[in-house]
Design a protein. Structure first.
Length: 440
């Protein structure tokens, strides 16, 4: 039986499947739900065994998922969390009470899927298998609830076989246009596909031009309610605090004042507002304020404006698109304004405009850009980032391997400067493995 595989054997089998995360797709090649439906059907639809909070959005969905999971755990629920991509190990994607699945359990659940593969008509992709593995494992350990992050888009994402109690859309920006469509309206329509009958839509995107798209989707699906950021929930006060933020959060049922978030970036206040609204919608009532304070005080967001070194100050941030890069630059300007110089380590995936990414990061303020290649088949050549930096008048060098780029940046940076390692999460994950001993 394949369920007796070692993890190495299971991962060898897994990597023999099409990996959409390592492939440049066109919109015509976007995946369908046929493969995942076959798999989950053969397993008895384990994703229906527990209530789900389903989260999509261009940015912030990973942080929102961790925050929502922490809030549910604070109510003594056993919580499964499914996220992607991983930073350091594939185990991170499947977590129980935010602890990654063990090697033994991951090997066993992948082995059980290998035994089913001969029964399916459509050969599953790698992400289909990981998604099915998460749903199966969550049912096996009998979680009370699951928080499921969309991999890409919404409507055609493999996670969209869940029937969520709460559907969350953090925001809508231009990203993955080759798959989701060239406009924000088309991207919004794709993300709106996670709304299901009876679910509460927690809508973090507040652009009034996109609101009708979500209203129509909610009405067509028979959603129970739509909660809009600004009107129904909000982060009403968002101040810099030592080591994080001090926020006031409003939900339909309560106001939570001066809640401490041990994370960097004003944008995390919006993620917290979405997560708290999602938790209130999940329970159908407000949460006790002391529980909210305790839960948010324990939040960790690895790889998201994460400080991993001092003298020089070293920060990791997966700002993988222009909107994320602008948020990173805003955080540097507000929270690290006293730093006297900036060295950037940047690596991005193909399809990104390197000039746009560097401009969004505020690279013109950097003393040096160290261009690297994400450890992915889709990694953009560092020479293109060096050329882009040159067009912006910024000194730049190539270090194609992430570990070499990190070493070079730390050697070049002065003690009073800041090293920001950013771009693709593949870069951030590889750098984290070099700089942090604790796993995610």
């Amino acid at each position: 039986m394949s369920e007796t595989w070692s993890l190495a054997e299971a991962l060898t089998w897994l990597e023999g499947h099409v990996n959409l995360e390592a492939t440049t797709l066109s919109r015509r090649e976007a995946p369908t739900l046929e493969r995942i439906r076959e798999l989950t059907g053969l397993m008895g639809d384990p994703q229906d065994a527990y209530p789900v909070i389903h989260i999509t959005g261009t940015n912030g969905k990973g942080s929102t998922a961790r925050m929502a999971s922490t809030l549910l755990m604070a109510r003594n629920l056993s919580v499964g969390t499914y996220t992607s991509p991983d930073l350091q190990t594939i185990n991170e994607r499947l977590a129980w009470n935010l602890q990654p699945i063990s090697d033994e359990d991951l090997a066993a659940v992948l082995g059980s899927l290998a035994d089913l593969e001969n029964l399916v008509q459509a050969v599953p992709h790698r992400f289909d298998l990981l998604t099915a593995a998460a749903f199966r494992w969550f049912a096996d350990v009998a979680v009370d609830a699951a928080v499921v992050e969309v991999g890409l888009g919404g409507t055609w994402d493999a996670t969209n076989v869940v029937r969520p109690v709460v559907a969350v859309v953090t925001n809508v920006e231009l990203d993955h246009q080759e798959i989701l469509g060239p406009t924000r309206a088309e991207i919004a329509a794709d993300k709106a596909g996670i709304v299901k009958g009876g679910s509460v839509l927690v809508l973090g995107e507040d652009d009034p031009d996109l609101a009708p798209i979500f209203d129509r989707a909610a009405q067509a699906a028979g959603a129970g309610a739509v909660w809009r950021r600004g009107a129904d929930f909000a982060c009403e006060d968002n101040r810099l605090a030592h080591g994080g933020r001090l926020v006031t959060l409003r939900t339909p049922g309560a106001v939570y004042r001066d809640v401490y978030l041990p994370v960097h970036g004003a944008h995390q206040g919006q993620n917290a507002a979405c997560a708290l609204a999602a938790a209130e919608a999940f329970f159908g009532r407000p949460l006790p304020s002391d529980l909210v304070e305790e839960a948010f005080g324990a939040v960790r967001t690895p790889g998201r404006m994460e400080v991993v070194g001092r003298q020089p100050l070293c920060v990791l941030d997966g700002a993988h698109n222009p909107a994320g890069a602008r948020a990173a630059a805003a955080t540097l300007a507000e929270e690290f304004a006293g730093v006297e110089g900036l060295v950037l380590v940047v690596g991005v995936l193909q399809g990104r405009d390197p000039v746009e990414m560097l401009e969004a990061l505020g690279a013109e303020r950097a003393r040096l850009v160290v261009a690297t290649r994400p450890p992915s088949p889709r990694g953009l050549a560092p020479s293109e980032l060096v050329a882009a930096a040159g067009r912006l008048g910024v000194a730049a060098v190539e270090a194609p391997v992430v570990s070499d780029a990190v070493k070079l940046a730390l050697e070049e940076a002065r003690a009073e400067e800041l090293v920001l390692i950013t771009g693709s999460l593949y870069v951030v994950g590889a750098a984290r493995s070099e700089l942090v001993s604790d796993p995610v």
